[in-house]
Ligand binder design. Structure first.
Ligand SMILES: [Zn+2]
Ligand SMILES: [Zn+2]
Length: 140
């Protein structure tokens, strides 16, 4: 029982640390200010009646996320942004699988790589790590 409590406390501390990092990174004016425009990322709507998938500027996403965190700093969940298509707060970071092209939510597979595809199990992070490990092995 005690272990469960400790685990919860650790998770809360990690989330808090991340939030503090995001909010204070650029001296209080918001970390998004330091991001350059032009880098696009995928987002996906979690509203079953909408399911919109589109690309937005990473800076817009980060700015939106920071505003949500400021309003509700103790929330342990990733805040959802407002969907451009249906207007609901159900927009999350999505990943487009480079192997099969499926669009899925970032971190959809628990306790695994955050970019693990739930369909074909491809993970770009894992593939890059394997490639790096293989490269290191051939150099020896
Ligand atoms: Zn939507
Ligand atoms: Zn896939």
């Amino acid at each position: 029982m005690k272990n469960t409590v400790y685990a919860v406390v650790i998770v809360v501390c990690l989330v808090l640390a991340l939030v503090i990092f995001l909010v204070t990174r650029s001296g209080g004016s918001g970390g998004a200010d330091q991001l350059k425009r032009g880098e696009m990322m995928w987002v996906k709507c979690n509203n079953p009646d909408c399911k919109a998938e589109y690309q937005i500027d990473k800076k817009d996403y980060t700015t939106g996320l920071e505003e949500k965190v400021k309003v509700n700093p103790l929330s342990s969940q990733t805040p959802a942004l407002v969907c451009q298509k249906c207007g609901k707060e159900s927009l999350f970071w999505a990943v487009k699988c480079e192997s099969c092209g499926k669009m899925f939510f970032y971190g959809v597979v628990p306790s695994d790589f955050s970019d693990r595809c739930p369909d074909c199990k491809y993970s770009k992070t894992e593939a890059e790590r394997k490639a790096r490990a293989a490269g290191a092995a051939t150099q020896q």
